[in-house]
Design a protein around this ligand. Structure first.
Ligand SMILES: N#Cc1c(N)ncnc1-c1cnn(Cc2cccc(F)c2)c1
Length: 284
């Protein structure tokens, strides 16, 4: 099969029949670096979690999944972390919904009191829950660049008013359903990013959905506005990388060091925990 694109933690291939194959790697990224040390089973766990969400959201929006059968000629190690998907005409908008304020949205809010043109109440802090979730689309940055915020009017100009409205409605409903279910199971979904494409004039959910890579997952029992929240899955890695033990400085611009085995194991366990809590299924 033909290799089309490599993302930070996933690769995209073209199959002979014209469909695409998304392969999730066991890579993890932190501080804008893809780490050298893989987290065993991360690719499989996040692929299976995304498939579970695609099924649960099928009444909201159709999805691009065709099959999880490995195409002939695929490496056996791809089993469970490769998905055959329909080729869509992807809409060049990162469709983001935020229920909590942090990251780039917080930065924009502190500068202008608004995010993507949406004025927010005063007094919000890092991690504040928003009065209502908001649609905060961004452009798809080029490799190594950062996504730029878009106003809703920008989306209308790019996709037309009708499509823009559908993009927003679908994004907000996917977020609402995901955040509600996750919170019942002790996980805050602070924000999530989905990608939508067109197939025969119909909007179809692409990419991955409601995984810790496409969304910010926070442990609900640790939530405290006014400071940066702990990441459900990446906190052990983040803390170790800035600890004296690692000897690394994020500001140095150098590549981070390899992770010690105990950090890898604790991080793998968090992915298993996220899968089991959300789906109610045992990972074993
Ligand atoms: N999903 C999907 C998809 C589709 N169903 N049809 C056409 N294009 C795409 C598509 C193009 N880029 N990406 C991002 C991406 C995802 C996964 C791995 C990567 F390397 C890069 C998605």
């Amino acid at each position: 099969m033909k290799h089309l694109h490599s993302g930070k933690v996933r690769d995209l291939y073209e199959l002979p029949g014209g469909e695409l194959l998304i392969v999730a790697r066991d890579s993890i990224s932190a501080y804008d670096h893809v780490l050298d040390t893989p987290i065993p089973d991360k690719g499989r766990i996040l692929t299976q979690l995304s498939l579970w969400w695609f099924e649960r959201l099928a009444d909201v929006v159709p999805n691009h999944v065709v099959s999880t059968d490995l195409p002939d000629g695929s490496p056996a190690e791809w089993e469970g972390r490769a998905v055959v998907v329909r080729r869509l005409d992807m809409i060049p908008v990162e469709c983001v919904a935020r229920g909590y304020l942090t990251g780039g949205g917080l930065k924009d809010y502190r500068k202008s009191g608004a995010v993507c043109g949406i004025v927010l109440p005063e007094g919000l802090e890092d991690g504040s829950r928003l009065p209502e979730p908001i649609f905060t689309p961004t452009t798809k940055a080029a490799v190594g660049g950062h996504d730029q915020p878009m106003t809703y009017q920008d989306v209308e100009q790019l996709a037309g008013a009708g499509l823009a409205s559908r993009l927003r409605d679908i994004t907000m409903e996917v977020y609402r359903r995901g955040a509600e279910l996750a919170l019942e199971r002790g996980v805050i979904v602070a924000d999530t990013k989905i990608e939508l494409g067109l197939r025969e004039g119909e909007l179809v959910l692409g990419d991955e959905v409601l995984t810790p890579d496409s969304s910010r997952f926070w442990p609900a029992d640790d939530w405290e506005p006014g400071r940066s929240q702990k990441s459900f899955d990446k906190q052990f890695v983040r803390d170790w990388l800035v600890s004296p033990e690692s000897g690394w400085d994020p500001a140095s611009g150098t590549a981070p060091p390899a992770l010690p085995a105990h950090i890898v194991e604790q991080t793998r366990a968090k992915y298993v925990e996220a899968y089991e809590r959300l789906t109610g299924r045992s990972w074993a």
